[in-house]
Write a protein that binds this ligand. Structure first.
Ligand SMILES: *Cc1c(COP(=O)(O)O)cnc(C)c1O
Length: 492
């Protein structure tokens, strides 16, 4: 299978697409076609455990990687999870939570970032590369920690994480700034996530930066969700959730289901779209945003307009105006028109907006719809579910819950099974979750954890409770124009 950039140019191998992360023309790598999973193959996946399901999906795209290697990498990656890596929890008849936060850093980013180091190392072996790889990450909170944990002390790799100085939660910041490992670096960047992500993307796209890094025998790679190596493992949990519903007798094989996905950079939900394009019986994908509801508006009107206020919310990993992975969807519905996609991305940069055609919008709306939750309505949704069935969810999942509840309200006769994708352990945002379920405000995160435990009796993950006593190793803050200097300092 070969890969193409959404903005045109040469076809590349899967290994190169993963090692490079982002195409030189700024485009995102996409498979030249969607590999298909037949009904028999889907049937065959029923008896597989989670790691084998992931390896099977990965091998469809990365056919130059050997299956045995992929399988053992997946087994190793998901052995770092507590129990089932992607359990489905029943909330009500036909309504399920897909919990993706049982990994080492308690957020869904672990689903891919525990596997990515292998995909990258193997890819660089396939390509016969000799250089050191520097992973650059711009994070809205959860990717940074999951990437640091995935790549710490990996041979031949260094990792550098940039996060917006006041755009992440206290727990997220502590998780990153206490990171162990000799090959890691964490720097705060003044500004919001979009400033941070844009600055990092510019470094990736710069030939001068590449030439400068070459002096230090270093090449860049990405662990952000723009990398196909992030997207691919995420496709697998859509399959796995479906198969678990079939195994559990909740649906018949072939019956369509819906997903509601809390969305920021459009990576998680795009993986659901890829699963559908591969033949998984997915009917609709409901895209849930917080107050930063660019995507809600886009899915309703076809206009992507970021000329608007940026809100800092209690779901910081969704505080994003430029959802990078949407470019992959736009590329598909344009009939894979790379020059048109490039033009639109250029107009997003210069005019802060672009518009797709009514036909393209109609194509998107066949599968997608969008909704959003305000700070108040997400809290209400979290409270309502906690009160009704005793289920506690994090603030991001709270936004998805609100959007799903709105869908149920408007479609009372719809009996399609709904899977709501749950993206973080509630203890990652203890004060806000405590407030949602009890109405109590506490000032300190660790006190929040204690009170939340008292209110819910949910087990507190060790990786969060132990943060209190870990030494802070990284505390530098820089201007977003100064990132490259920090990078050179680190690879010297
Ligand atoms: C990253 C993240 C999201 C958003 O996922 P995207 O792939 O960026 O759309 C939602 N919730 C949590 C907890 C996250 O960490």
């Amino acid at each position: 299978m070969k890969f193409v950039s959404t903005r045109g140019g040469e076809k590349v191998t899967g290994a190169l697409a993963i090692v490079k992360g982002l195409a030189e023309n700024g485009g995102l790598y996409v498979p030249e076609k969607f590999p298909q999973v037949s009904a028999e193959e889907l049937e065959g996946m029923l008896s597989m455990g989670y790691p084998e399901r992931v390896a099977t999906v990965l091998h469809k795209y990365l056919d130059e990687y050997d299956m045995a290697g992929l399988l053992s990498a997946c087994e190793n990656a998901y052995s770092k999870f507590e129990g089932d890596p992607a359990p489905l929890v029943r909330l009500d008849d036909g309504v399920y939570m897909l919990e993706l936060w049982h990994g080492p850093t308690c957020a869904f980013k672990d689903m891919a970032l525990t596997v990515l180091p292998y995909l990258l190392r193997k890819g660089s072996d396939i390509l016969g590369m000799k250089e050191q790889i520097l992973i650059l990450v711009a994070t809205s909170g959860d990717t940074g920690k999951a990437a640091l944990e995935g790549f710490k002390d990996a041979a031949g790799v260094k990792i550098m994480v940039f996060y917006p100085s006041d755009g992440v939660s206290k727990m997220q910041k502590l998780q990153m700034c206490t990171q162990e490992g000799d090959n890691v670096n964490v720097v705060a960047v003044r500004g919001n996530f979009d400033d941070c992500q844009t600055a990092v993307k510019e470094i990736f796209a710069s030939a001068e930066c590449a030439a400068e890094l070459k002096k230090y025998n270093t090449v860049l790679s990405s662990a952000n969700s723009i990398s196909f190596g992030r997207l691919a493992p995420q496709i697998a949990y859509y399959f796995s959730a479906y198969l678990d519903l079939v195994s559990g007798g909740q649906i018949e094989m072939g019956q369509e289901i819906d997903f509601t996905v809390p969305t920021g950079n459009f990576g998680n939900i795009l993986a659901g779209y890829y699963a559908k394009r591969m033949g998984l019986p997915v009917r609709r994908l409901h895209c849930a945003s917080n107050l930063n509801n660019v995507l809600t508006d886009f899915l309703n009107t076809g206009v992507y307009d970021i000329h608007r206020e940026f809100y800092k919310t209690t779901s910081p990993s969704m505080d994003i105006l430029i959802s990078s992975n949407l470019e992959r969807l736009i590329f598909e519905v344009s009939g894979r028109n790379a020059s048109l996609t490039a033009e639109r991305m250029k107009s997003l940069k210069t005019d802060l907006k672009y518009e797709i055609t009514p036909a393209e919008l109609a194509e998107i709306q066949k599968t997608f719809d969008g909704g959003f939750a305000s700070e108040e309505t997400s809290v209400e949704a979290m409270y309502e579910v906690f009160e009704d069935v005793g289920y506690t969810m994090d603030t991001h999942t709270g936004c998805a819950m609100k959007v799903a509840l709105d869908w149920f309200e408007k479609n009372k006769k719809d009996e399609t099974n709904m899977v709501i994708v749950s993206t973080a352990n509630p203890y990652k945002f203890p004060q806000d979750v405590l407030y949602a379920v009890t109405g109590n405000d506490v000032k300190d995160s660790f006190k929040g954890i204690k009170r939340l435990h008292a209110a819910t009796a949910m087990a507190v993950p060790k990786c969060l409770s132990e943060l209190r006593d870990k030494p802070v190793r990284f505390s530098k803050t820089v201007d977003h124009k100064k990132l490259f200097e920090e990078i050179i300092e680190f690879v010297k």
